[in-house]
Ligand binder design. Sequence first.
Ligand code: CA
Length: 222
Amino acid sequence: MRLLLVEDNVPLADELLAGLQRQGYAVDWLADGRDAVYQGRSEPYDLIILDLGLPGLPGLDVLAQWRAAALAIPVLVLTARDSWAERIEGLKAGADDYLSKPFHPEELYLRIQALLRRSHGQANQPTLQAAGLHLDEGRQCVLRDGAEIQLTAAEFRLLRYFMLHPEQILSKSHLAEHLYDGETERDSNVLEVHVNHLRRKLGRSVIETRRGQGYRFGASPA
Ligand code: CA
């Protein structure tokens, strides 16, 4: 999953970037509100974390412009400590969730996981589930019939994307756009290697190849 972090406090942004990358997210970072309006609309993000106090353009205006342009991506706003007015204004402007500063990074990670599940029709599940698999996002491993299957970081990122989009045909270029940040070179051969590793661990039928179209996960459980 690919996230946009809009935060002008550099030490905080550095900490969050490193933490989110450890959580297996591809993250782009911006500090300016005007840049965020443009980039949020032009890149295919899965979720956006938006600070409200920003140079260039206030976060509330950034959010209002995204929603006016019918951008439906889940947005989690970061508000000042104890500012109920900011929380209310944020929710009114179209935020899906909020977190007041200071916060523990773990709370941010759990809220992101829940928001992503909710926006992909899994609101009623405490963990990500699809095709008989349970993904443990904290430990980055997968469970099937009670047995734990270990994953590499790259396999975890790919499987999480598949499990949030079961039975959808996903082209290699689409997958690359959602698994790598804007700075990383995208190599679809590498994706193919990770798909094959996942098949070896989870069974061949878990990921179907649609010739000329891409991959389809979870169509026929292994
Ligand atoms: Ca700020």
